[in-house]
Design a protein around this ligand. Structure first.
Ligand code: HPA
Ligand SMILES: [Zn+2]
Length: 338
C-alpha cells in the first residue's frame, strides 16, 4: 500500500475538478485577512480546521463562501492559484482545469477583472515555474438566478479567449440544470465548453437534464447516476467523463463510509471516472490523497490507478496531440515502475 501511494504520487495526472477558492488553506486565510485588514471570526488555524465538520453540501458552502471574503486583490488570486499549483505539482499533477466562482467575488464588489487577471497570472507562473498547463472554467452559482448568470457571462466577455468552459456549482437540490439552459446555450454559442455538477446530492434526473438541456462535455461528481441503469448505459455509450471526488464525498456525507465508495463500481461499469480533490483545503487532501484514500477501503489497484490517470487526460479539454503525449508518459512511467 505504501508502494502504491508512492506510485500514485509520481504518476502524471490531470485534475479536472478543483474549485480554486476551495484550495484556500486556513494559514493563507489568516495571511490574506491580515494583509487586507479583513476581520475573521476565527481566532486560530486550529479553530478554523475544527469548524470543518459537515453533514451535507450546504454546511460546507456556508463556510466556503465566508472564507472567500478574505480574497480581495489581484495578488490574492494569483497567490491562491500559485499555491494550489505548487501543491498539485508535488502530487504529480501536470495539467489542471480549475473552477472559479466569479459571483462570490463580484457580489462583494471585487471586479471580475481582478479575479480573472489574478488567476491567469498564477496559471502563467505555474507554467513557467513547474511546466504545468491549465485551463479556467467559469462556474455559475446555481442558487442565484438566471439573470445573474447572464450578467456574469457578460462580465467574462473580454476574457472569453482565456476561459475554456462554463460550469455550474453551489447548492444542487432545488436548483436543477434546467434553470440555466438558456445561459449555457449562450455560452456554447460563444464557443465555450460546458460542465455541470450533477448527481452529487441531486437525483439522476439532474444528470439527464445536464446532458439534455446543458449539453455538457463532462459531469462533475455524477455519483447518483448509478441509481439509474439506463443513465449509466447512456453515460458509458457517450464516453462521458465523471469527475469524482472521494474525500469530498466522504466529508459531505455523500458516501459517509469510504468502503461504500462507488469508484471501483464505476470503472467496472465502463464509466470514464476520474479522481479529483474538489475543495482540498476543506476536505482534507489534494489529488494524491484522494487516490490513496481509496486503496484500502475499496481495494483500489495499480491497474485502477493507471486507468484513472489515463481517464484524467482523455477526459480533459486538451488537444488530442497533448492527450497522446501525456498517455505515452503514463505508459513510460508504468513500464519504469513495473
Ligand atoms: O462540491 C461542490 N458542490 C457544489 N458546489 C461546490 N462549490 C464548491 N465545491 C462544491
Ligand atoms: Zn465541486
Amino acid at each position: 500500500m505504501a508502494d502504491l501511494a508512492g506510485f500514485i504520487r509520481g504518476l502524471p495526472k490531470a485534475e479536472l475538478h478543483l474549485h480554486i477558492e476551495g484550495s484556500l488553506e486556513p494559514e493563507q486565510m489568516f495571511e490574506f485577512a491580515r494583509r487586507n485588514r479583513v476581520d475573521l471570526s476565527y481566532k486560530s488555524v486550529e479553530e478554523i480546521r475544527a469548524a470543518y465538520e459537515f453533514s451535507r453540501l450546504q454546511d460546507f458552502l456556508d463556510i466556503y463562501y465566508a472564507g472567500a471574503q478574505v480574497l480581495l486583490t489581484e495578488a490574492d488570486f494569483r497567490d491562491l492559484a500559485l499555491a494550489y499549483f505548487r501543491r498539485a505539482h508535488a502530487d504529480g499533477v501536470v495539467h489542471a482545469e480549475i473552477f472559479f466562482d466569479p459571483q462570490t467575488h463580484t457580489d462583494r464588489g471585487v471586479p471580475f477583472a481582478t479575479v480573472a487577471d489574478g488567476l491567469l497570472a498564477g496559471m502563467a507562473a505555474a507554467e513557467r515555474d513547474f511546466g504545468m498547463t491549465s485551463k479556467l472554467i467559469l462556474c455559475f452559482l446555481r442558487h442565484l438566478d438566471e439573470d445573474a448568470a447572464f450578467a456574469t457571462l457578460k462580465d467574462a466577455e473580454p476574457y472569453l479567449d482565456r476561459i475554456e468552459a462554463v460550469g455550474l456549482d453551489s447548492s444542487e437540490v432545488g436548483h436543477p440544470p434546467s434553470k440555466f439552459a438558456r445561459v449555457f446555450a449562450a455560452a456554447a454559442a460563444q464557443g465555450l465548453k460546458r460542465v455541470a455538477h450533477a448527481g452529487e446530492e441531486g437525483p439522476p434526473a439532474y444528470v439527464h437534464e445536464a446532458l439534455d438541456l446543458l449539453q455538457v462535455d463532462r459531469i462533475d461528481h455524477g455519483n447518483r447516476a448509478l441509481e439509474d441503469p439506463a443513465l449509466v448505459e447512456r453515460l458509458v455509450a457517450s464516453n462521458m467523463t465523471l469527475t469524482v471526488c472521494p474525500l469530498s464525498n466522504h466529508k459531505l456525507c455523500v458516501t459517509p463510509d469510504l468502503r461504500a465508495h462507488p469508484l471501483k463500481r464505476m470503472l467496472a461499469l465502463g464509466l470514464r471516472a476520474t479522481v479529483n480533490s474538489d475543495d482540498p483545503a476543506y476536505f482534507g487532501g489534494y489529488v494524491g490523497a484522494n487516490y490513496t484514500a481509496l486503496i484500502e477501503p475499496i481495494g483500489l489497484t495499480r491497474d485502477d490507478v493507471l486507468t484513472l490517470a489515463r481517464n484524467s487526460f482523455t477526459g480533459s479539454f486538451l488537444p488530442q496531440d497533448a492527450i497522446d503525449k501525456h498517455l505515452a508518459a503514463i505508459d513510460r512511467y508504468a513500464a519504469a515502475h513495473a
